[in-house]
Design a binder for this molecule. Structure first.
Ligand SMILES: Cc1cc2nc3c(=O)[nH]c(=O)nc-3n(C[C@H](O)[C@H](O)[C@H](O)COP(=O)(O)OP(=O)(O)OC[C@H]3O[C@@H](n4cnc5c(N)ncnc54)[C@H](O)[C@@H]3O)c2cc1C
Length: 296
């Protein structure tokens, strides 16, 4: 298993992008079996550089994150990263989770604040816990032994009323506290990513890898729900095409593959150090995109 920061250095040395796949914890035992026995092995055939597993906003799936990361590492021999959020945790609890992660040989943590349970309302800090993710980054750095990823928002974080440049300044604070790389929120217009990257690198002097997060669209209703929740913009032409395809999910999926392939091809031409795919635990679209890009 590798520290992800080392992996990006190694990929840069051979002029290849780092490819990573994000998964979420399935909610049922049957879903978990299908995930571990079918979805992960199928996507592992593409030889990603690493995988990551999200930390659920609340409830039982949270305990599963470390278990699934461990299974991916042991079953597939792939480096995997555990997401971790501040939601509902005291410092002591976070420390115990990090100790458990260390005992399992998990070297990489994506340190997040998390969203309020249910995704609604303002974030409430837990007594004895953290209010912002930079504090979690600082905490993990103090504990030591982990490579730390952090989230970045090319269109600005939805709750940052002061505007995106203020949010990006806060991203710099997370890096100053010890984050080793950035994975972005999904976006559909590469211009947003390029403006964000230019600001971070040229104005704020950030030099850690900035990895675009790519979402292969699976259905029109799902993407409208996601973007409403996270504040990402669907460009007008793109929305028009989605509306024209309506509820024809197979056609939407194929359109999503075509769009993401073009999006990734441009990002690669513009020198991104890697691509992080939000797989939504489905192998088909991500596989097609990676193959189209000849990255398998
Ligand atoms: C790649 C990726 C993976 C994700 N995985 C998960 C997951 O597994 N589980 C999950 O629940 N969520 C996940 N999320 C969602 C994420 O938790 C939410 O978007 C959350 O609202 C913000 O998290 P953050 O770590 O960026 O928070 P923060 O960096 O704490 O920022 C949150 C808000 O606080 C503001 N802020 C930061 N510092 C300060 C300060 N000092 N003073 C005032 N305001 C400040 C920021 O501008 C922003 O508006 C993920 C997001 C991304 C991009």
């Amino acid at each position: 298993m590798q520290y992800i920061r080392d992996l990006y250095i190694a990929k840069r040395a051979i002029n290849r992008p780092g490819i990573s796949f994000e998964f979420f914890s399935p909610k049922t035992p049957e879903g978990e079996r299908a995930f571990l026995e079918k979805t992960v092995p199928e996507l592992a055939l593409l030889k990603p550089d690493y995988c990551s597993v999200t930390y659920g906003a609340g409830g039982s799936t949270r305990e599963k994150t470390l278990m699934l990361v461990d299974r991916i590492q042991r079953d597939q021999g792939l480096t995997a990263m555990a997401h971790l959020t501040c939601v509902g945790h005291t410092e002591d609890e976070l420390e115990r989770i990090l100790e458990d992660a260390k005992a399992l040989g998990i070297l990489n943590i994506l340190a997040l604040r998390g969203d309020p349970p249910g995704g609604a309302g303002d974030f409430q800090k837990t007594d004895g816990g953290f209010e912002y993710s930079y504090q979690l980054v600082e905490f993990i750095r103090r504990i030591g032994g982990f490579c730390i990823g952090t989230a970045g928002f090319p269109e600005g974080h939805i709750a940052c009323a002061e505007g995106k440049e203020v949010d990006w300044q806060r991203l710099k604070a997370k890096i100053d506290c010890g984050a080793d790389f950035v994975i972005t929120q999904l976006f559909f217009d590469n211009k947003d990513f390029f403006v964000f990257r230019e600001h971070l690198t040229k104005k704020l002097g950030i030099s850690v890898p900035i990895i675009p997060g790519i979402l292969p669209i699976l259905s029109a209703s799902q993407i409208k729900r996601f973007t409403a929740m996270c504040g990402a913009r669907i460009p007008e032409a793109f929305l028009g095409k989605l509306d024209a395809l309506g509820e024809n999910d197979q056609a939407v999926k194929e359109f999503g593959i075509e769009h993401a392939t073009e999006q990734c091809a441009e990002l690669l031409r513009e020198g991104v150090p890697g691509l992080h795919f939000y797989t939504l635990n489905k192998a088909y679209s991500t596989t097609q995109i990676v193959k189209n890009l000849k990255l398998a």
